[in-house]
Design a protein around this ligand. Structure first.
Ligand code: HEC
Ligand code: HEC
Length: 401
């Protein structure tokens, strides 16, 4: 038995013998080792069992179907600035799968999740070659450069040869604005995946109209690009996905991540379950670093009066709101694939670092959202504030970063 299996076994043994509710890590161990436990977590999490997202999972999230897929943890290495303009590299001695053999402990699992966030080839995408043709190419498609790393991209060894892949950090990290390094989990609202797809096919398709920071994530034949999520706030969301598809908790998030890698591979592979849990556990911890709304002061008072009934403190998130009530562009929420009839009341923890707001990304700043003269875009809350109240509200919101 590998030491990893031993750790998982130990944690599960503890879970079975105690009467106390399971700890988070015991839940993670049960998810890894017990098919009935993870199936129950999936079923519990699906808000609308009849939409396409839920129906596919209810059909295939079984041991015989997706559970039997080969595990994806290929030899890989980061895409480096020195690769730009060069040939696709060959696997070398420094190419490694992620080392999953870590103790089943909080710090070790967080560290594994953090590594995986930027190093795991979450989605192989040949079109990414278009962003690697020359030194200026990454910027043309909104990919960041951090030190020698390009956009969190990874070269992965596949049965069909070496391919470029997104890591989570490609879409879910941005350069710091106060020095070198990245804000991990913050949405990359500059990345233009649709433009990459069009460039690689030398075509003008609907993807070319998504625009930066948006991806059409649903196979529903509807043109409904969705804004990239701020994962630093994921623990605070009551539901996952803008369409509020999944009732959120640590297990629901774990299963969401596992099944996303499966569907992004067109159901060819599945991620190691230890890795899915480590990623979820890592993301769960990111919320700790996000500032909260101040307890008192003028801005906090305006927030409590105008916003707090939906964006509930301390997470500044809340139950979903019917599409017609929030009145923002309903296209994302109407998806027959992910839709539930309502939008996630998105957490505002971290909101000041987001380049695009609302489910379809229609609004580009807090100032614009609260602009009294704005008539388009819905979400009409706070637009009738007087200048002083608006200024104090904006001041506290700008500190939510
Ligand atoms: C190509 C860009 C892209 C990549 C790569 C990507 N995501 Fe996302 N992610 C998105 C978009 C777009 C959404 C919004 C989907 C929605 O709301 O329905 C999203 C939403 C999410 C959500 C839901 C958050 C919420 O609050 O509702 C989670 C969790 C998430 N991503 C985790 C990850 C992880 C972990 C990885 C790496 C394994 C990853 N994503 C890779 C684009 C991406
Ligand atoms: C009736 C409930 C409700 C009230 C009241 C409300 N919001 Fe919202 N808010 C929502 C919902 C639902 C969304 C998501 C809409 C969408 O995705 O299109 C949202 C989205 C947002 C966003 C965009 C977040 C993101 O990352 O996309 C901001 C910013 C925001 N609200 C700020 C405020 C402020 C400031 C107030 C008070 C002036 C307020 N809200 C009042 C329900 C509400």
């Amino acid at each position: 038995m590998s030491s990893r299996a031993a750790w998982v076994g130990l944690a599960l043994l503890a879970a079975c013998t105690a009467d106390a509710p399971l700890s988070d890590l015991e839940r993670g161990a049960a998810y890894v080792s017990d098919p009935a436990y993870r199936r129950a977590a999936l079923e519990r999490s699906l808000v609308a069992p009849d939409n396409g997202y839920s129906a596919l999972r209810l059909e295939r999230y079984t041991e015989a179907s997706w559970g039997a897929l080969p595990v994806w943890n290929p030899r890989a290495r980061p895409v480096l600035v020195s690769d730009l303009g060069g040939p696709v590299p060959n696997p070398g001695v420094d190419w490694e799968p992620l080392d999953l053999d870590v103790p089943w402990e909080e710090a070790a699992l967080s560290a594994l999740g953090a590594r995986a966030f930027s190093a795991y080839p979450a989605q192989v995408e040949p079109a990414l070659l278009m962003a690697l043709t020359d030194a200026d190419a990454p910027a043309r498609f909104g990919l960041w450069v951090d030190g020698d790393r390009v956009g969190g991209l990874v070269w992965a060894e596949t049965p069909g040869g070496v391919q470029p892949a997104f890591s989570c950090a490609s879409c879910h990290a941005i350069p710091r604005d106060d020095g070198p390094g990245l804000v991990l989990g913050a949405p990359n609202h500059a990345i233009d995946f649709g433009a990459l797809l069009d460039a690689s096919h030398s075509a003008h398709t609907s993807a070319g109209r998504w625009g930066p920071g948006r991806v059409d994530v649903t196979p529903d034949d509807v043109d409904n690009p969705t804004v990239i999520a701020d994962l630093r706030a994921v623990r605070f969301q009551r539901d996952l996905n803008r369409a509020a598809t999944i009732s959120n908790d640590l297990m629901a998030l774990t299963v969401r991540l596992e099944t996303a890698v499966i569907t992004n591979s067109r159901e060819a592979v599945r991620p190691p379950r230890e890795l899915a849990f480590a990623l979820a556990w890592y993301l769960w911890g990111l919320g700790d670093a996000l500032p909260a709304l101040p307890a008192d002061g003028a801005g906090a008072a305006v927030f409590a009066r105008e916003c707090g009934r939906c964006h509930l403190p301390p997470g500044l998130a809340g139950p979903p709101v019917a599409l017609a009530a929030v009145a923002t562009d309903p296209t994302v929420g109407e998806s027959p694939w992910r839709g539930t009839g309502a939008y996630q009341t998105t957490s505002l923890r971290g909101v000041a670092r987001r380049g695009r707001l609302l489910a379809g990304g229609a609004i580009d700043s807090l100032e614009r959202l609260l602009d009294p003269d704005r008539v388009d875009g819905g979400h009409r809350y706070g637009q009738t504030l007087d200048d002083a109240d608006r200024a104090s509200l904006l001041a506290v919101m700008r500190d939510l970063r």
